[in-house]
Design a protein around this ligand. Sequence first.
Ligand code: ARG
Ligand code: GLU
Length: 726
Amino acid sequence: MRKYFLMAVLLAGHLSGYATEGMWLPQLLTKLNEKEMKGMGMKISAADIYSLNKGSLKDAIVSFGGFCTGEIISSQGLLLTNHHCGYSAIQSHSSVQNNYLDNGFWARNKAEELPNEGLTATFIVRIEDVTAQALQGVAGHLSESARQSAIDKNLNTIKAAAKKESYQGVLIKPFFEGNQYFLFITETYKDIRLVGAPPSSIGKFGADTDNWVWPRHTGDFSIFRIYAGQDNRPAEYSKDNVPLKPKHFLPISLDGVAENDFTMVFGFPGRTNEYLPSEAMKLTVEGQDPARVQMRDAALKVIDGFMRKDEQVKIQYASKFASTANAWKKWIGEMQGVKQTNGIQRKLDFEKRFQQLAQAHPPYRGLLDSLNNLYKAQAPYAVSRDYYSEMVRSVEMLSFANNIISSLQATRLKGEEHWNAEREELLAKLQPLYKNYNNDVDREVAVALLDIYFREVPSSRIGGEAYQIWMETNKDGRTTANKLYSQSALTAYDKLAAFLNQPFRKVSEAVWKDPATRLAIGLRNGYIDFINKPYDELQPQINHLQRRYMQAQMDLVKDKRFYPDANSTLRLTYGKVNGYSPRDAVKYGFVTTLDGVMEKYKPGDYEFDVPEKLRDLYARKDYGPYGAAGKMPVCFIASNHTTGGNSGSPALDAYGNLIGLNFDRTWEGTMSDINYDASICRNIMVDIRYVLFIVDKFAGAKHLIDEMKLVRPKKMKAPTVKKKAA
Ligand code: ARG
Ligand code: GLU
């Protein structure tokens, strides 16, 4: 009996004794998190993660190009990130003869490593709280814009006074909706070379079908190297640059993960909104997500149909399709997840409690109702705004037209004599887009999206000019599109170039006659006046109250630990390796293996083909030191709280060793951006042993493994089991 009781207590502790929600600031871990992390199994101290006095884990983490995360894994600046983060770099070096996306790429030595213009890696040297200086002289009664300019002035003063070396950068960002400000001293390296990438059949295995989905079997990694000047400092590309000698690099554990193991993910999450009031969450999942999904559903269906029957279209649209589908699928998951966990009701429950607490604090009374009312007032405009931006994003002819309109406006401001330069810039921007443009595809997308737009957006918000065109074409997407795609100069790059190759005044007049630019101007004017203007007018009040509501929550809800929303700054999240149950009677394990890759294998399929060499290794079970119990682990999941931007972030064990590479979240858990729930939110990581196996056994790049530091912490520190009397 007692034994069972003890087990129940232990089990309950496992499930609720710790919080895995949160993206924490590394310099505040000692104060806020260290105790809990140790309780969950962490074997190092907060100072090993972030320290100013010694090399710490943070010195091995970089923002990769500003959109992903990377980590240093050797004393010679070797950098690991995702395949999908290195994708455009890999693509840029690819040609029909040397298709590195299809075949993979492996530099045999440093001389073969490939430079990438424009690619950067940024380290965080130091983080400081500058809230007091940033908000100096900013009194409560200032208007939002006056407040912002006062703050901007303060920030400039702080930046100018910041202690830093000449080769370092400084960055200040608002946190907690502008209630706090932190300063970051950065070091940005600019010579980042491609070292290795698996073929897409490994690095992108499962592609869009498996994207956001568990169980997953993707080897989503690529390898780069940071080069520095002779003095080890950031330098522009030069063949004389040398591999970076980092302050710290991550040892790699070969021990793998077990259920309930403590894990951390350290990286640069992009954007979350965890402290919205209920009306804003409702707006997201009942207004904006459905609108965006409706538009993308229609566009994706059209494009997919063409891609399936036309090889040329497949190549032209592959990357556009992937990025459109990525967010589309995420929003669907977000709606489902909020519904399944009663996210809105949970917000309402929290708000009820907040309102009771606010009764005792006069300044906070009424605040929440006002904020909710503002979101309610903004909601119709927010939804129309999404319909508009989705339409001009997916109908490329409208987006080309908008580019033309912007260039004409810019010329009008600068003076007509700038038209030639402006036009050249415009043509240079549009030419590559036309390479991947097909009139038939775009026309059918336009038919579908115009019908939705004019049906879903009230005519009062569309504006007279656009509505006039809509009536001229029988209020029918097909008729409108037929006119556009048979008569416009925008249907082909050559025609467009001839159209623009006229004096400024001629072009300014012609855009009112060309059916595509005329429609684009009408839609845009209506959008600016009747959607964006009322939307923007409410925004300063929302910003103001959202900031106060954030502060109020922190002041009143004492039993809650607050972390700032993600804003592309360095954060640490921690959790445990664990499966989950997404719905009734379904239970997911926490780890996948190469067996699952072979189960999904479809010869010749563009998403699920498996390279012959990998099939051979599987048949021979030739996993080297990377396999475990006769299996080759591939991916695993844990309850770390991550979001977009965390791609490429290291997954670390209790000692700070590298055990995996974060690259995705599970579908039901994508709602964690607005509604984290430990029961179903999981991040997806590729097991580092699969990465090493591919590098060593598949690619034969053993020289890279030799650069790394492999460790076996579990083996070394195997606990001596003390016998206890039962
Ligand atoms: N869902 C992941 C992210 O948000 C991976 C996206 C890249 N992969 C893809 N199949 N589109 O970035
Ligand atoms: N794939 C995402 C990225 O590129 C990470 C997945 C997520 O949103 O959590 O950052």
